[in-house]
Design a protein around this ligand. Structure first.
Ligand code: NAD
Length: 299
């Protein structure tokens, strides 16, 4: 297949590489020249604009930072037209960025009006999942589009979910990440309370894992340094899923809650905690570093 890939950052780069490795003809565009050069050396073709990358493609995939970038790419910015108005052909469009459901629906309905099939397909699994081709795709859009996308998504991901109509992928992803933010900060809080009162964090972690407090953070992503080999906490919170990205996703959950008048007291608390943590200079650390907020300097 001819695939256009736009946005070659931490996630997009390994996803696009996997498409090249699978034998697809991939044309790439990013604002950063070195990112395109890296993909070129893997066998992709570099384009001088998003429009050039997408021209003649069967599928267009975007992996951009936030809603404003996705809207800009497809709907245009100021005087500059977007892909939806510029493209002569009608490729399948898959946006894998994490953005608000409102932005996904706005781009999705503009796409449908012009005869495109558009899917919102945010991912879970992080940079490791992107590199290994084991991402989870959470897709919103019509069923026919989902089936059309399946062979391409299966190259980059292991689990594919069709969450519902346009925007549903983003809603499901935001609900999941809000729960993750709550679980990680709650786990950090419980560990800090135990350690402050004389417990060994590894012993306490094992007890809670086997008891009713067990959860994903304890099982695979323990936030206390040294408890789990290979965890972000055990490498000074370098790499992984950044605090700033978690803060962004919790902000999206908060906006969604406001728009739908849904109460999210725990999600709001988690948003404030991660925003505070970021403001204290930890935005570029893995999100499990929220543990630092609760620890005394000598613990
Ligand atoms: P990133 O900032 O590393 O990469 C974004 C890339 O998009 C950059 O290379 C940037 O130059 C490029 N870009 C921005 N505007 C562009 C434009 N108009 N045209 C072409 N290229 C443009 O971000 P990332 O970590 O790759 O994340 C991408 C998306 O995936 C985000 O929405 C993020 O929330 C989501 N996500 C990230 C992770 C993670 O662990 N990093 C996990 C799941 C989901």
């Amino acid at each position: 297949m001819n695939i256009a890939f736009i946005g070659l950052g931490n996630m997009g780069m390994p996803m696009a590489k996997n498409l090249v490795k699978a034998g697809h003809s991939v044309r790439v565009f990013d604002l950063v020249d070195s990112a395109m050069a890296a993909l070129e050396s893997e066998g992709a073709e570099r384009a001088s604009s998003a429009l050039e990358a997408a021209g003649g493609a069967d599928v267009v995939i975007s992996m951009l930072p936030a809603g404003q970038h996705v809207r800009g790419l497809y709907l245009g910015r100021g005087e500059a037209p977007g892909l939806l108005d510029d493209l002569a052909s009608r490729p399948l469009i898959i946006d894998a960025s994490t953005i608000s459901p409102q932005d996904a629906q706005a781009v999705g309905s503009a796409a449908a009006e012009r005869g495109f099939t558009f899917l919102d397909a945010p991912v879970s699994g992080g940079i490791g999942g992107a590199e290994a081709g084991t991402l989870t795709f959470i897709v919103g859009g019509d069923s026919a589009g989902f089936e059309q996308a399946r062979p391409v998504l299966e190259v980059m991901g292991k689990n594919l979910f069709h969450a519902g109509a346009a925007g549903s992928g983003q809603i499901a992803k935001i609900c999941n990440n809000m729960l993750l933010g709550i679980l990680m900060s709650g786990t950090a809080e419980a560990l800090a309370l135990g350690v402050r009162n004389g417990l060994d964090p590894a012993v306490l972690s094992e007890i809670m894992k086997q008891s009713s407090g067990g959860n994903w953070a304890l099982n695979v992503y323990n936030p206390w340094p040294g408890v789990m080999e290979g965890s972000a906490a055990s490498r000074e919170y370098q790499g992984g899923f950044l605090t700033d990205l978690m803060a962004k996703d919790l902000g999206l959950a908060w906006e969604l809650a406001l728009a739908s008048k849904a109460p999210v007291p725990m999600g709001s608390e988690a948003r404030n905690l991660f925003a505070l943590h970021s403001a204290q200079g930890s935005g570029g650390l893995d999100f499990s570093s929220i543990q630092k907020l609760y620890r005394a300097k000598d613990e």
